[in-house]
Every structure is written in structure tokens, then in C-alpha cells.
Design a protein around this ligand. Sequence first.
Ligand code: ADP
Ligand code: MG
Length: 240
Amino acid sequence: MLRVSDLHVSYGRVPAVRGISVTVEPGSITLVLGANGAGKTTTLRSIAGLHPPDSGEITMQGRRIERQRADRVVAAGIVLVPEGRRVFGPLTVEENLRLGGYTRPRAGLIEELERVYDLFPVLSERRHGAAGLLSGGEQQMLAFGRALMARPKVLLIDEPSLGLAPAIVNTVLTRVREVADSGIGVLMVEQNAKVALEIADDAVVVARGEVVFSGSAQETRSHSSVVRAFLGETALRQES
Ligand SMILES: Nc1ncnc2c1ncn2[C@@H]1O[C@H](COP(=O)(O)OP(=O)(O)O)[C@@H](O)[C@H]1O
Ligand SMILES: [Mg+2]
């Protein structure tokens, strides 16, 4: 559904992404692994229309989108859940969700809200409370919910477990699996390689802007030496 082919992106003259190719299918999670600075966030932002690539092709359901602005990319069905969640703290949970649905016809908003509340009951309980009072894990659910309000076909998720207590990393990643199981394609960057490989379908490992390994999540787990080499010794150690 989403195809990224030989993507090159730079900041000024400094290359950050040097020929990354990756695909995402409906109902499936493609995991992007790689050390800090490898070019993972740049790849997601470039797909989302926030940083134009120097070269390469991005197609969504057969249509070229690599020169589209961010709002057109959202309209094509691709929504970014940025690193750091970026919820609006002073606004209520429901106001945050409504912001995510701003591109949708007003008439459908209530239905979308109910769908999100079904998926994340904690958001329903806290709907009239300030988003800034939610825990980190709850704020991540809100970031997912806000993205889902736009009815995406593909979600780009950047480091959803960053800064969360280890005990809730599993919960957050389980929610990502449920989102994918509803038919949405997910391209996710995540540093918790061990847990993330358990819920992902496919994985690519990037280093210095290039793909150095790609395969099924299962293959990636069994090539643990590859993952360790590029992510460090602790990458596959069980967190608890
Ligand atoms: N806004 C920016 N301006 C200049 N260089 C940047 C900017 N953002 C990222 N970079 C550089 O691009 C490279 C890739 O960064 P990034 O995509 O954020 O990596 P990752 O998400 O894998 O940690 C790094 O070398 C980083 O320093
Ligand atoms: Mg990053």
C-alpha cells in the first residue's frame, strides 16, 4: 500500500537518509530499527510531507506523493504520530481528539470519537480532563487516538515507548498491534527491539541512513547478531 523506494533526504548538504526502501501493507506492522541518528525520524517526516526528499519515490496505493505537502499526505491516508507525543496539555482529551479530526467532515466526528473511545477506554474516562494531566502512557494513547481521528490507512509512529515506564511499554505496543489488526498499515520506529519484534510483521534495520538488514520480524529476531551489531548489546535483552 505504501512504498518508499531509494529515498534520499538531507539537511542542507548533510545527508541523513541515503537510499532507504521500505513497504507497509494494510493490517501489518513494519518496524524500523536503528541507533540514534540513523535517519529513522527523517524518513518518517519525509514520508509525511514535512521534509521533502532529494530523490526517491514514495507511492501510496499506486500514487506518487513524495512532492506533496503534509496536508495532502494526510488526505491520502497517511498520518504521523510524532516522537514525544505532542499532545496539547491545557486542552481536554476530547479537544485534542477533535483536533485530529479537523480534516474530516463534521458529521462523522461523533462516530470517530466513539470508535477511539472504544479502542482506548481510558481516554473516554478522562475525556473532559486536561491532556497534560494524563500519564505518559495515556498521552501516547491520546496521540494514537488523535491520529486515528483522521481515519488513516497508514500510521507512521515514531518511538511510542520513549520515556515510558518499562511496565507500560508492553501495553502501548499491544495497542499498536490492535490498531494494525483493524486493517491499518503501521510503519513504526521503536528502540525496544525485543518487545517491538514480537508485535511486528516485518523489520528493517537502518544504519547511517541506509538499510543494512530487512526481513520478517521472525527472521530479524533469529539474526539477533545483526540487530545487536547495529543497536548495541542491550537491544534484545528482556526489559522488565
Ligand atoms: N533539523 C535537523 N537539522 C540538521 N540535521 C538534522 C536535523 N534533524 C536530524 N538531523 C541529523 O540527521 C541525522 C538523522 O537524524 P534522525 O532522522 O533524527 O535520526 P534518528 O531518528 O534515527 O535518531 C542525524 O545525523 C541528525 O543529526
Ligand atoms: Mg528519531
